[in-house]
Write a protein that binds this ligand. Sequence first.
Ligand code: AMP
Ligand code: GLY
Length: 421
Amino acid sequence: MKIGVVGGGGREHAIIKTLKKNASIEKIYAIPGNGGIAKDAECVPDIKATDVAAVVDFCKSKALDYVVVAPDDPLVAGTVDALKEAGIPAFGPEAKAAIIEGSKVFSKNLMKKYNIPTAAYEVFNDIEKAEEYVKTCPIPTVIKADGLALGKGVIIAMTREEALDGIKTIMEEKKFGASGDQIVIEEFLEGPEVSVLSFTDGKVVVPMISSMDHKRINDNDEGLNTGGMGTIAPNPYYTDSVAAECMEKIFKPTIEAMNKEGRTFKGCLYFGLMITKDGPKVIEYNCRFGDPETQVVLPLLDSDLLTIMQATTNGTLAETEVKWKSGAACCIVEASGGYPLSYKSGYEITGIDEVDNVFVAGADLKDGKLYTHGGRVLGVVEIAPTLKEAIDKAYASASKVTFQDMHMRKDIGQRALKALQ
Ligand code: AMP
Ligand code: GLY
């Protein structure tokens, strides 16, 4: 089998390393991949993940048997549809289903229509009406750009001034471009967050092991929001009873709702949940694997990833084995100093060959050496029988891999450990 993986971050590296456990795969192309992924797959650096036509042409030219489309924007842009038209089966939702992440207005309206628990909300496309609304709405409040915004289109406003500023930033200054033509203003929820990625073929939904992201740049959840500074799995807040409630009130109803709307979802549906005092509620849907959640979830998978992925495409997931290892996983992200604001790239990464599970997010390969390229550079992952051991092992391994101005959080998993006590 010849496989393509569209994307080029830590998540894609984790997907590729997991796929490689299947002996029937003779070749994997990463489109575009990165310098770290180049050790595990043939990278195609000249093709952007978002260039749908070029991606399809490449996959056709190599006669690929199956393609995994990992990032949100190529999915929303219809890469899976285009590959299918070209006769190449692909993992991920078609554009009409990827809209569940591509439009927050769509997903909020879906949840309201089908009674799926989520924060109360209003939609605005008129800036004055939005400003009027936040003059009297409960504070804190949450302002979200409708469309994709590289994970940055959410503003938690702790005061009315911040809410007004947020509306201006999104709707007037157009910080996220056309994504800000409409906004959602929603109720501020409180409680621990849980990420649940799931496989679905549109008929059944099979949740993966739960995980917890750490979004802020600094320890104790301080500082700016990032793409994710580390993850642990499983998430102790996702108890068996919470899981059962999520299945009945959120997971199954979402799959059925998408079917009823004529937007059958196949692939990985990511449920971003908050466990509130009134039960679990949906904070967001993503139409793809999470990053860096994937880096802790896939190492715990004890079944063949390709077989499961193909089953989501073929509609045979109910008959397919999806088993998990016992134990826990921890991922420590190493970022360039200064991220998520400005930072420098081009520093040599050392020690990477001493550690097994390094998933590279941003690096260039030159003369056999890796150099940093990007904000989040890599994630070091370890699994162990207990969460405490996984965290200790991950930090021990992470200390071996370094580069100039490297920044990592020192408290990944501490909140989860406290919850376990
Ligand atoms: P999102 O991009 O939708 O995942 O939002 C980013 C982060 O903002 C989430 O992980 C939450 O921590 C926070 N957030 C989003 N919506 C809400 C909400 N309604 N109440 C409280 N926090 C929220
Ligand atoms: N880690 C959050 C996301 O992938 O959206």
